[in-house]
Design a protein around this ligand. Structure first.
Ligand SMILES: NC(=O)c1ccc[n+]([C@@H]2O[C@H](COP(=O)([O-])OP(=O)(O)OC[C@H]3O[C@@H](n4cnc5c(N)ncnc54)[C@H](OP(=O)(O)O)[C@@H]3O)[C@@H](O)[C@H]2O)c1
Length: 276
């Protein structure tokens, strides 16, 4: 499916987003995130996923400035946190994130979680930011089908991407199909299931078969499905390892075997039942 770290998916408005990005959830701000982002950029990553919640946007911005890359060469995603949702708060929160990242614009701005009663107002603000060119694309995160349907009933612009938990043990086929049918790109978080699949017998068997690590097999599985994927690491050797996934492919039969690990198991909260 994808054979270069520079491969990208095209979002509904034509913006291209790299298929591989660096995740930064729980990556401490300051030197740790700066080093992780620097390592990733040197390894060829051109996309960084952060969020206001992660409290590391400033470090991401600093690492980008330190790199010799032009702003247009790196795709930056950030997200609005739940307590900042609603039209007016979103406009203010975006400006704070933009300043933290020290950038004129953000490539992709996401609603972090579907906070009921708030996300319509949040979305109106995001449509306005898009219109003004302060964000190049807008999307959502952790939205289930009914959230997407509800949002799209009132929206002028449909979400261009949905970022949700997605790995072999939570292979959300109905949600993936719904997104695809509606022109919404699919991005998976926790592609490594936060380490819980490293000793799975099938993943270990396939790692041996393809001469790769279990993490590489999991990332390649996401790529074989055409998902945008954002494995997180603060460990330089792992950041590099996770990028070396474009010179092999997993056979269709083996992809189907991995698909069969689905047991609807989440590592994170359920978007239909969260209280934060
Ligand atoms: N929208 C949302 O609500 C949401 C929620 C969760 C995550 N996300 C995004 O998705 C990204 C990825 O998800 P995640 O961070 O939850 O989980 P993940 O990427 O599945 O797993 C990260 C864990 O795997 C370890 N790891 C990374 N590469 C490895 C390798 N090659 N071998 C062995 N272990 C490895 C990391 O350790 P070290 O760092 O210690 O190396 C870390 O403990 C996040 O960082 C964030 O950007 C979004």
């Amino acid at each position: 499916m994808y054979f270069s770290i520079n491969d990208a998916v095209e979002l509904a408005n034509g913006i291209r987003m790299p298929v591989l990005g660096l995740g930064t959830y729980k990556t401490p701000g300051g030197p740790v995130v700066e080093k992780a982002v620097r390592t990733a950029l040197e390894a060829g990553y051109r996309s960084i996923d952060t969020a206001a919640l992660y409290d590391n946007e400033k470090g991401v911005g600093r690492a980008l400035r330190q790199s010799r890359l032009g702003r247009g060469e790196v795709f930056i995603t950030t997200k609005i946190w739940n307590s900042d949702q609603g039209y007016h708060k979103t406009i203010r929160a975006f400006e704070k994130s933009r300043m933290n990242l020290d950038t004129d614009y953000v490539d992709l701005y996401l609603i972090h979680w579907p906070v009921m009663g708030e996300y319509h107002g949040t979305w109106r603000a995001m449509e306005e930011l898009l219109e003004k060119g302060q964000v190049r694309s807008i999307g959502v995160s952790n939205f289930m089908i009914h959230h997407l349907e509800d949002l799209m009933r009132e929206a002028s612009v449909a979400p261009m991407l949905n970022q949700f938990e997605l790995h072999p043990c939570l292979y959300q086929t109905e949600l993936v199909s719904f997104c695809r049918d509606n022109g919404i790109a699919v991005e998976g978080w926790a592609p490594l299931m936060r380490g819980r699949l490293n000793d799975d017998p099938l993943i270990m068997e396939l790692a041996e078969k393809y001469g790769r690590t279990t993490s590489q097999v999991l990332i390649r599985w996401a790529l074989e499905h055409g998902f945008v994927t954002i494995p997180k690491s603060v460990t330089p050797a792992r950041i590099i390892e996770n990028s070396l996934v474009f010179d092999f492919s997993i056979s269709k039969e083996d992809v189907v075997r991995i698909d069969s690990l689905d047991r609807r198991e989440r590592t994170g909260p359920d978007p239909d039942n969260f209280n934060f």
